[in-house]
Ligand binder design. Structure first.
Ligand SMILES: Cc1ncc(COP(=O)(O)O)c(C=O)c1O
Length: 432
């Protein structure tokens, strides 16, 4: 399915967007040009998006304003677990929007209380704090860890150990924990007390832990860093070292959580429970929501007045997350992520073998996967050839072409995406 202009007077294929919003291809091209010109004029230039303008989607397929259709294996960067335009999620949001959207944290709301209870039951944690993004969930974990030791009379215990190639978000606290100096450059002195160590190196962690270290923060799979799964024994090793040193283990499940890796949490693969976890991305299925969950012993570490969010825990976002959680269970989507992930992995391994000058192999967990590239090859250079073939992907790190389809992706759609990817790599091979 090469990216191609389609008449937009109705669904073009089963599963294609059902409610055309865009004008026909010619008008669509003009509309696209106008929108792109206005984007360049009015949007802050902090991103470098592909110059297409997405208009609507259904399931794993999206369509742009010029009428081109794509298989979306970006899915809002591992966000749209139920795909696009999910009728159940859309109806639930519409119902809740007509009922109650926002009340602030001056009052309880029933959706948020139900969500907290359901999330705790689904993950094994005890208490929940809600916010609006992954960075905010990590900020909350950072503040929780530091405030915990402050309350214990150890204000000097504020050190945080994080890892090279990690990604925890763009706010200043989350950024300071992010193990990529390029992202930190130019923003003044980073938040103090944060050190980065090599991911997977237990000896380095053991050496760095001490009475000044409050917590270790880790991703079960380093997503943005290049889809690097935790080596065997890494998370249990960290758990053991933290327990021995009296430090907290904070798990950033923003990308790996909510079934993405084929288990509810990425850390479930190694049977490890953190003291707190951060969730976002898939949690709202596309509706913005973040959460920090923690164990009971930390439930009082951020007393009233120490942390908060105007929108955090609002009824609309909470209802979205409840709907996603219910559908993950009813439709067996966590198991599906494992099965489809295995299919994707096998297909990617074959593609890597067919294009040895471009690829070295594949890696990942569940439906958080990547095709890895030869040294000197940049994943971002392959995004456009894939898009031209009708497949939307993202790059993770320099050398990983990342695939994060919705968890509702079918076996046939995986096969189709693999064929498109194979063809796109063939285009690049052929042009070399
Ligand atoms: C592991 C991880 N943590 C935190 C974040 C930041 O999330 P957000 O962009 O919602 O702030 C991301 C985003 O990619 C992530 O992958």
């Amino acid at each position: 399915m090469p990216a191609q202009s389609q008449p937009t007077t109705g669904p073009t294929t089963p599963g294609a967007p059902a409610t055309p919003a865009a004008p026909g291809p010619e008008g669509g091209a003009a509309r696209e040009a106008d929108l792109l010109a206005r984007a360049r004029r009015h949007l802050l230039a902090n991103y470098k998006p592909t110059p297409i303008v997405l208009a609507e989607g259904r399931g794993v397929e999206v369509r742009d304003v010029a009428g081109r259709r794509y298989l979306d294996f970006c899915a809002g960067v591992a966000v749209c677990a139920l795909g696009h335009g999910h009728p159940g999620l859309a109806a639930a949001l519409a119902r809740q929007a007509g009922r109650l959207m926002q009340v602030s944290n001056y009052f309880y709301n029933e959706e948020n209380i139900e969500l907290a209870a359901e999330l705790c039951a689904a993950t094994g944690y005890d208490r929940a704090f809600f916010c609006n993004s992954g960075a905010e969930a990590n900020e909350a974990m950072l503040k929780l860890a530091r405030r915990h030791f402050f309350a214990l009379g150890q204000p000097e215990r504020y050190g945080i150990l994080a890892f090279d190639r990690s990604f925890h978000g763009r706010t200043l606290g989350a950024l300071a924990m992010t193990g990529n100096p390029a992202y930190q450059q130019g923003f003044g002195p980073p938040v103090a007390g944060i050190r980065h160590l090599p991911y997977g190196d237990l000896a380095a962690v053991e050496q760095a832990l001490g009475p000044a270290v409050a917590a270790v923060i880790v991703e079960p799979v380093q997503g943005e860093g290049g889809v690097l799964p935790a080596p065997a024994g890494w998370l249990p090793g960290l758990r053991q070292l933290c327990d021995r040193a009296g430090a907290l283990l904070l798990v950033d499940e923003v990308q790996t959580g909510m079934g993405r890796t084929g288990r509810m949490l990425g850390s479930d693969h190694q049977g490890v429970r953190g003291d707190a976890i951060a969730l976002a991305k898939g949690l709202g299925g596309g509706f913005p929501i973040g959460a920090m969950l923690c164990r009971e012993a930390l439930g009082g570490a951020l007393p009233p007045g120490t942390h908060g969010s105007t929108f955090g825990g609002n009824p609309l976002a909470s209802h979205a997350a409840r709907t996603v959680l219910r559908l993950l269970g009813e439709q067996g989507l966590v198991d599906a992520a494992r099965e489809r992930g295995a299919q994707l992995a096998a297909g990617l391994a074959k593609i890597a073998a067919r294009h040895p000058t471009l690829c070295t192999g594949e890696r990942g967990l569940g439906l958080l996967r990547a095709l890895t590239l030869q040294p000197g090859r940049a994943a971002r250079d392959l995004l456009e050839p894939c898009r031209k073939r009708g497949l939307l992907l993202t790059a993770a790190g320099a050398e990983a072409l990342r695939l994060t389809p919705p968890l509702v992706v079918t076996a046939a759609e995986i096969d189709k995406a693999l064929a498109l990817l194979d063809a796109a790599l063939g285009d690049v091979d052929g042009a070399a």
